[in-house]
Design a protein around this ligand. Structure first.
Ligand SMILES: [Fe+2]
Length: 383
């Protein structure tokens, strides 16, 4: 697991128990910890791929944002202390996108990568907190981070009241210079600021968008549209008897809703259905399988190809006569004779015909049909 390697020397269990959503964590890493994931060469390739400054770049200085008009303006702004941010940089590098998809799969959360590039000078952003959790990957240079305790616990992006005043300096509980290979986790709500020291600093910020009780309630709200009582009008109450009857009439109506809601929450399949929703609601990148847009023409061709199942969140559900694949907002039903081959495909990243044959009772024609279905549904690609 990627998350296991990232968190070394602490375990995933310790992280989920003591830090996730609770407390920031600094982890010192070896200098080359992220060098395979991202480096200067890759950043230069992305920045040099556009005649104008890359469309995903914004400049930030002391909390003010702008967009550079040309490369010279971008370089000048960096020299003058602006931070350049490449938003959603995972969309421009296949290694970052694969890494992120794997993390999304392991955490069952939607994620994104932003890149921050800054010279030592001013902080790009003032002391603030975010409404999602972040992991900071220090790729190059040094950056000094200060983490303050939260002033409002687990804030949401849309919330009635937010924490408005920055905590005092004695609330700082991490004050640390991050160097190449270091990792920092900051839960939402924990105030922080950062400033590059000594040399040009590059870090990636992995944002993870937590699922909360409100997310659960939004799902429920959507499900309740199937229940007649929740679609019914509230009773009309005219001015003449409003004061005397409003409580009784609304009480009766709300009581009916309450009973239906309890019944819904006590359904034995509730958790299963909610988990299927989470799986189908986790954003997936497309898996173009060009040039096999019409599938593979015959079993002889199938035997010559290699396949890859890119890391995407999925769920397999086996029932007596069927196996279901929950993937990319869909539930695909297959007969249970496909169970062993499907389990094989979902346990591998790379495979070919031999592996498929070894792990199934299907004949070549049915294997071909199944592979063409998986290609069409963008579950696998020809590698
Ligand atoms: Fe932040």
């Amino acid at each position: 697991m990627i998350i296991h390697d990232l968190l070394q020397p602490i375990s995933e269990y310790e992280f989920s128990q003591n830090y996730w959503g609770k407390k920031a964590l600094y982890l010192e890493g070896s200098k080359d910890k992220f060098s395979d994931l991202f480096n200067w060469q890759k950043l230069n390739e992305i920045l040099n791929s556009n005649i104008s400054p890359h469309p995903a770049i914004i400049l930030a200085k002391s909390g003010a944002k702008s967009t550079p008009k040309n490369h010279r303006e971008l370089i000048e702004a960096l020299r003058n202390g602006s931070t350049a941010v490449v938003q959603n940089i995972d969309q421009y590098d296949s290694k970052l996108s694969d890494f992120l998809d794997q993390i999304s799969y392991e955490l069952v959360h939607n994620t994104r990568f932003n890149l921050y590039l800054s010279f030592p000078s001013k902080a790009g952003y003032l002391t603030h907190y975010d409404t999602h959790d972040v992991f900071i990957f220090q790729i190059s240079g040094k950056k000094k981070w200060r983490i303050f305790s939260e002033t409002i616990k687990n804030p949401l992006f849309v919330q009635k009241k937010h924490g408005v005043s920055i905590p005092r300096e004695d609330c700082i509980y991490i004050d640390q210079v991050l160097t190449e290979g270091d990792l920092l986790y900051i839960p939402r709500g924990h105030w922080h600021d950062a400033i590059a020291t000594e040399e040009l600093s590059v870090h990636l910020t992995l944002a993870a968008f937590p699922r909360t009780g409100i997310y659960f309630m939004n799902w429920i709200m959507n499900e309740l549209t199937e229940i007649l009582e929740f679609r019914n009008n509230f009773p009309l109450i005219y001015p003449s008897d409003r004061e005397s009857s409003i409580r009784a009439k609304y009480h009766e109506h709300i009581n009916t809703l309450k009973k239906q809601l309890i019944q819904f929450l006590e359904e034995p399949n509730l958790i299963d259905n909610f988990y299927n929703y989470i799986v189908s609601n986790t954003t997936s990148r497309p898996n173009f399988g060009l040039p096999y847009i019409n599938g593979i023409e015959n079993a002889d061709k199938l035997k010559t190809l290699n396949f890859r199942r890119p890391p995407r969140i999925f769920r397999l559900i086996s029932e007596e006569s069927s196996i279901f694949i929950v993937f990319n907002g869909k539930k695909i039903t297959l007969p249970s004779i496909c169970s062993s081959i499907i389990e094989f495909v979902f346990s591998q990243e790379f495979f070919n015909y031999e592996g498929l044959k070894l792990n199934s009772n299907l004949d070549d024609v049915d294997i071909l049909k199944l592979i063409n279905l998986l290609l069409e549904e963008e579950i696998i690609i020809v590698n």
